[in-house]
Design a protein around this ligand. Structure first.
Ligand code: ITT
Length: 200
């Protein structure tokens, strides 16, 4: 069963392929020209479904099972920002580094050096059998001093609960065990297996 990832974020593609290593997984951009998808939903779930539907339709392969990940970080002292706007926090077309700098500046401007925070991942699955969406979360703390080069996005400033190192410093195997994405995909795998069983 062909699983297609509706994402053009290389960090997500790497992590999802590792987490689904026992399945046949393609990034949609390996199968067709990438295209812009307007993520105008109000929640992670809505945006994940928008991406998965758009790629399912564009592929035109009714046997494909399309998975999308909409994710982001929510920081308590910023009233949950950047949340669903995590990818474009510093503006359209900005880099991961620009976003990370904007986040640390915002936390400092609010008068803090760190804050409780959490990552959310909504994983949408679209196939001819229908649509569904599951979630995973990872709680921890953001600090204004980035540490480490591992992971992507906001990982150098995020320390998971129960650890002293940031995701930038921790091994990727560890992130794969505890991340929002891995928790969401764990649930998604159950749904994917149901589709497989249904198809016989
Ligand atoms: P696609 O829409 O093509 O999947 P995107 O990067 O635009 O790629 P999102 O809209 O879901 O994806 O935004 C997610 C952003 O949240 C991402 O760009 C990172 O800045 C951040 N993020 C999500 N998961 C993360 C993780 O595991 N580690 C670090 N940052 C993460």
């Amino acid at each position: 069963m062909k699983i297609v990832l509706a994402t053009s974020n290389k960090g997500k593609v790497r992590e999802i392929k590792e987490l689904l290593h026992d399945r046949e997984v393609f990034a949609y951009t390996d199968l067709m020209e990438g295209f812009e998808i307007v993520e105008d939903g109000d929640t992670f779930k809505e945006n994940a479904l928008i991406k998965a539907r758009a790629v399912y339709r564009a592929l035109g392969d009714e046997n494909a099972v399309v998975i999308a990940d909409d994710s982001g970080i929510s920081v308590d002292v910023l009233d949950g920002a950047p949340g669903i706007y995590s990818a474009r926090y510093a503006g359209e077309g900005c880099s991961d580094k620009d976003n990370l700098n904007k986040l640390t500046e915002a936390v400092e401007s609010a008068g803090f050096e760190s804050s409780p925070a959490h990552y959310t991942a909504a994983i949408a699955i679209v196939s001819k059998e229908g649509e569904s969406c599951v979630h995973g979360w990872m709680h921890g703390e953001v600090s204004v001093v980035p540490r480490g080069e591992n992971g992507f996005g906001y990982d150098p400033v995020f320390t998971p609960k129960g650890y002293t190192q940031t995701l930038g410093e921790l091994d990727r195997e560890l992130k794969a065990e505890i991340s929002h994405r891995s928790k969401g995909l764990h649930l998604a795998k159950i749904l994917i297996d149901q589709i497989k069983t249904q198809r016989g």
